[in-house]
Design a binder for this molecule. Structure first.
Ligand code: ATP
Length: 592
């Protein structure tokens, strides 16, 4: 699979994908126009230089007119100054255009990604696209900020220098143009193999880096299995392969540059030789020969730089193709053209009506004709064996997916009729493994309500039984937590998530209780916090704790995507069915 994807990404790039930039470039048209002016001025100044040099040599040196030579020198300094100024302006303008275009593009792609349904991120293609996002935008920036201007400048210079070469000496030009194919053909042919080898080296390097990233990510598993030595050996082998491949690429590149230097220099010597004969024979002035040589060198270096541009532009085309693919994706869960307004204030009603659902790419149904409704303020516990579909019910309630059959209703409005943000406003979720962001504790709690005051945040933390441990953190509410900050225990993370839900104060609460056991003190604190959070709120909880099911108004028992029993704890226990068996097994209650 990865193999096929790798091959496609290396296929001939589709240059039409560069059209993705058009709207971004249009927004920068003034700067681009100014950059073009600077670029043309700099190129013209460079093209004028050889004429000034010829004048200095012919009039000054050969003609012996010192005064005139001096004024040509002054002119030369003027031209050089214009060249310098225009080059600086071009560099600044082109770089900022590139940065601006890429910044807007990056922001758009990211905004778009945040709107896509979670199912998109489950696919391997998504992983590939997202992980290349940074590399792709960087590639595009370098193409815009330097390659485009290098291409344009060198195209102007190459054309200008070639035309002026012909104007300076048609005979010498004919010789130069005759030898160009002798230089270019072998270079282009060997260039292909160099590029192929360079790509192989890059692939090996990418494999080695991916291996290292995976190993470091799984450092605990690796060390606990005593697999450090074996992992290092595998990395070393991958790294050696990368070295061998890059040595091959470097060797062919070295050979290529040697051949190129020889061919180019030998042709310059030949031309110089022929030119010198003409000077000796009095058919050409020394200054004119110098002018010609300067134009030839300019043309050669411009053409040389142009040849490198193709690779860069095709890489940018590949990168923009991938970004364009993201931008072209239509979110599966989007607002309809005329969304139905949700009633205000919220009633806090949630209902599943004959809902059938299977995950994308899965044949088996996760939910079969599921129907239930929760009245405002009611507390419902979902129980059932692993894989029964309990978490799926929460995901559908939040519209991370839409069902293939039936409908999910909130406050009398069906999912597809509503605006997704307005819909999700009505829910607060406390997941099994809460996410803690790498920001302060305060910002973590205020995540669901960014404008919340310090008092509101503290009040939410108190209700979630989190205030105590937060105050003991090194910088209290300002402590940075998460991967780069202070590590929180499982129970602390849960209480932080509960505080976040308290602050959001949504009418419907979705809870996925943690299956992993906490120590009894944390367990108590979390349970108390949850009780306070659930009070008076419509609650749907995937229950793993006895206390939770005992306090539920109603229990829905799920098995293989269906509700097989429902009722109160006492009724279900008395029935002696699946619930009674689960209660005995999971919750340690005697089966009736
Ligand atoms: N993202 C997904 N993509 C594909 N299939 C999934 C996905 N998530 C869950 N499933 C499948 O859907 C079915 C129901 O899973 P679900 O997670 O809802 O069960 P659960 O009752 O919550 O289980 P547990 O108690 O173990 O968390 C399972 O067969 C599972 O393999």
């Amino acid at each position: 699979m990865a193999e096929t994807e790798g091959k496609t990404s290396k296929a001939r790039p589709d240059f039409r994908s560069l059209a993705t930039f058009w709207p971004y470039a249009r927004a920068q048209k003034r700067r681009i126009a100014a950059a073009l002016v600077a670029l043309v001025v700099a190129s013209l100044a460079t093209l004028v230089l050889p004429v000034a040099v010829r004048r200095v040599i012919d009039v000054g040196f050969a003609g012996g007119e010192r005064q005139l030579a001096n004024s040509y020198f002054i002119l030369l300094i003027g031209v050089v100054a214009v060249l310098a100024l225009a080059s600086s302006a071009r560099f600044y303008l082109v770089m900022t255009v590139g940065e601006r275009i890429v910044a807007s593009l990056r922001a758009d792609v990211f905004r778009h990604l945040t709107r896509l349904e979670p199912a998109f991120f489950d696919s391997s293609k998504a992983g590939d696209l997202v992980s290349r996002l940074t590399a792709d935008t960087t590639q595009i920036k370098s193409t815009f900020a330097s390659t485009a201007s290098i291409a344009l400048r060198n195209a102007i210079m190459a054309l200008g220098a070639l035309a002026l070469m012909v104007a300076t000496s048609p005979r010498l030009s004919a010789i130069v143009i005759g030898v160009i194919p002798l230089i270019v053909i072998p270079l282009v042919m060997s260039g292909r193999s160099v590029r192929r080898r360079a790509r192989m080296a890059q692939d090996r390097l990418a494999e080695a880096s991916a291996f290292a990233a995976e190993a470091v990510g799984a450092i605990r598993t690796m060390q606990s299995f005593g697999a450090a030595r074996q992992t290092s050996a595998r990395f070393e082998a991958a790294s050696d392969e990368a070295y061998a491949a890059s040595r091959g690429a470097t060797a062919s590149r070295a050979l290529l540059s040697g051949v190129a230097i020889f061919l180019v220099s030998a042709s310059v010597v030949c031309v110089l030789w022929t030119g010198a004969t003409e000077v000796f024979d009095g058919r050409m002035s020394g200054g004119r020969l110098s002018q010609f040589i300067l134009y030839a060198v300019l043309a050669a270096s411009s053409l040389g730089q142009l040849s490198e541009v193709y690779g860069d532009i095709s890489a940018a085309a590949g990168a923009s193709g991938r970004l364009g693919e993201i931008l072209a994706m239509k979110p599966a869960i989007a607002a309809p053209p005329h969304p139905r307004p949700m009633p205000e204030p919220s009633l806090g009603e949630l209902a599943f009506e004959d809902v059938s659902f299977s995950y994308p790419g899965r044949e088996a149904s996760a939910l079969h004709h599921l129907s239930f409704s929760i009245r405002p303020g009611e507390r419902i516990a979902l129980v059932g064996p692993s894989g029964a579909g309990k978490s799926t019910v929460l995901q559908l309630a939040l519209r991370f997916y839409d069902p293939q059959g039936g409908r999910v209703m909130v406050d009398g409005v069906a999912g597809p009729e509503a605006e997704p943000d307005a819909w999700r406003e009505r829910f607060a979720l406390v997941p099994q493994e809460p996410t803690v962001f790498g920001v302060s504790v305060r910002d973590n709690i205020a995540y669901g309500r960014p404008g919340a005051t310090q008092d509101e945040v503290e009040e939410a933390a108190r209700l979630a039984a989190a205030d105590g441990f937060i105050r003991e953190l090194p910088e209290g509410y300002d402590t940075i937590v998460g991967e780069r900050g202070v590590t929180l225990s499982g129970g602390q993370r849960q209480r932080l998530a509960i505080a976040r839900a308290v602050l959001k104060d949504a009418p419907i609460l979705l809870l996925d209780e943690a299956t992993s056991a906490l120590d009894s003190e944390s367990e108590r604190a979390v349970q108390d916090a949850l009780d306070r959070l659930m009070r008076g709120r419509t609650t749907l909880v995937v229950a793993h704790r006895l206390a939770t099911i005992l306090s539920a108004d109603r229990i829905l028992v799920m098995e293989e995507g269906r509700i097989v029993e429902q009722g109160s704890h006492a009724e279900l226990k008395a029935r002696g069915g699946l619930y009674a068996r689960l209660a005995a097994l999971q919750f340690g209650l005697e089966a009736a």
